[in-house]
Write a new protein. Structure first.
Length: 448
């Protein structure tokens, strides 16, 4: 298990350090590495002792991958016209005759199908490891903690360089600061909850273990560095999503901690105190540059009105093929025929992961994708109900906060189309999905 998690940490770090693994070469390197790791692991484990609800997850994964493949299969013109009239128009404009696939750009769809399969492999790996290895809680989160930690430290250096006038905004190894903050906002809830959980471990009324206090202090320091890097990135939605996730884990943690200590009439007090703390952070943490960006309605390339217009036109595109979509990775080509916004510029993304997913996958693909997300959220939420003496209680809350942060950020950005960020989220979702209740695994049935 330890070797596998360290290997995944190295692969994820490679993807993040290569500008998020957005190039085909880097993405394929990551896909091959994770595919081999998943193949070896599940080959050794086999089907023994699958987690509860395995059939639901299996069918969702199978359905999602199968639909991605179906989009690449050439279909007769009559069937294409019935399923996606717009695809027929595109085929006519492109001079395509005879049978054509649902995907507008099959080459791009094949690439993104491999990337999707890589993310699903990450999710299944993390889920199975979490289910089988219940005693090694925080080690499971190591891949995300390592990559987010290194990116945060680099971002802090860039932040102070920018403050001294010799650098740029914090963006780590990413091209886009919003995607850099998207990775960190997934790491911050995990680091904070790791600090709290490790500090509480072995703590009594009058004593706190030195080792736990030192590790917790390091975790809180790393969380502060991550938050500083998010502020230094000048990402507006990254800052909002980060504080929202901190509010989320703060409310959940304080509510659970005080549920047995305070009378029902007083249990709202911790929630109010946490909310006031986060509200003060929103006021006092931003730099002058970040405040100035909140005051503006535009960033370097995309105004708020333009973003809304893209969403409106993309929703109209969804209505052209609500069931089938236009193929994974085909948003730009499918959107081109209906695009009125920014006539002199190309629009590669919808700047909303949910709308772009609906355009590319349609209802047939979005249903299993959302089902997998629901399983992850349900598992993480169920793990939060575990006793506070159990480290999985804190890990579950951290995972839920990370998922919440990226769910919020994805409303105005395309973090899930950055492979490194999508892989990090898949790993976190896998941990959440593995928090299902059930009997402990026997020591003799553990995987290598």
């Amino acid at each position: 298990m330890r070797f596998l998690i360290i290997f995944i940490s190295v692969v994820l770090s490679y993807g993040a350090f290569q500008q998020g693994a957005v190039t085909v070469f880097d993405g394929m390197c990551v896909a091959v590495a994770i595919g081999l790791a998943a193949g070896i692991y599940f080959g050794l484990v086999g089907g023994r002792g699958a987690p509860p609800g395995n059939r639901l997850v299996t069918w969702a994964v199978f359905g999602l991958l199968s639909w991605g493949m179906v989009q690449l299969i050439p279909l007769p013109p009559g069937l294409i016209a019935a399923l996606s009239p717009h695809r027929t128009e595109v085929a006519a404009l492109a001079g395509e005759r005879g049978w054509v696939p649902i995907s507008v750009t099959p080459v791009e769809s094949r690439i993104w199908l491999i990337r999707l399969g890589t993310c699903l492999s990450m999710l299944l790996l993390a889920r199975d490891l979490t289910w089988r290895r219940r005693e090694a809680s925080w080690f499971l989160a190591l891949p995300v903690l390592i990559v987010a930690g290194w990116e945060a430290l680099l971002g802090v250096v860039q932040f102070f360089s920018a403050a001294s006038g010799s650098g740029t905004v914090a963006r780590g190894t990413y091209v886009n600061r919003d995607h850099f903050s998207g990775l960190l906002e997934m790491g911050i809830p995990l680091v904070v909850m790791a600090g709290i959980g490790i500090y509480q471990q072995g703590k009594s009324k009058f004593e706190t273990p030195v080792r736990g206090a030192v590790i917790a202090s390091c975790m809180f320091g790393l969380a502060a560095a991550m938050l500083m890097a998010v502020v230094g990135s000048l990402s507006r939605m990254g800052f909002v999503a980060t504080l929202s996730s901190l509010l989320f884990i703060g409310v959940v943690s304080s509510s659970v901690a005080m549920s047995q200590r305070l009378a029902p009439a007083w249990r709202w007090i911790p929630v109010v105190l946490v909310s006031l703390l986060i509200a003060c952070s929103f006021v006092f943490l931003p730099t002058d540059e970040l405040i100035a960006r909140f005051a503006r309605t535009a960033n370097d390339d995309l105004t708020a009105d333009m973003r809304v217009q893209i969403w409106k036109e993309s929703i109209q595109l969804v209505k052209q093929a609500p069931l089938t979509g236009f193929g994974l990775g085909s948003y730009q080509s499918a959107f081109y025929a209906h695009k009125k916004v920014a006539p002199m510029n190309s629009v590669e993304h919808a700047h909303n992961d949910y709308i772009q997913g609906a355009v590319e996958l349609g209802l047939a693909g979005m249903i299993p994708l959302l089902l997998l997300g629901a399983v992850a959220v349900k598992g993480a939420w169920g793990g939060a109900a575990l006793p506070r003496e159990n480290q999985r209680h804190y890990l579950s809350i951290g995972c839920a906060g990370s998922i919440f942060a990226l769910i919020l950020h994805s409303l105005v950005d395309f973090n899930l189309y950055i492979p490194a960020n999508a892989l990090a989220l898949a790993w976190i979702c896998g941990i959440g999905a593995g928090m299902v209740p059930g009997p402990r695994r026997k020591s003799g049935d553990q995987a290598a």
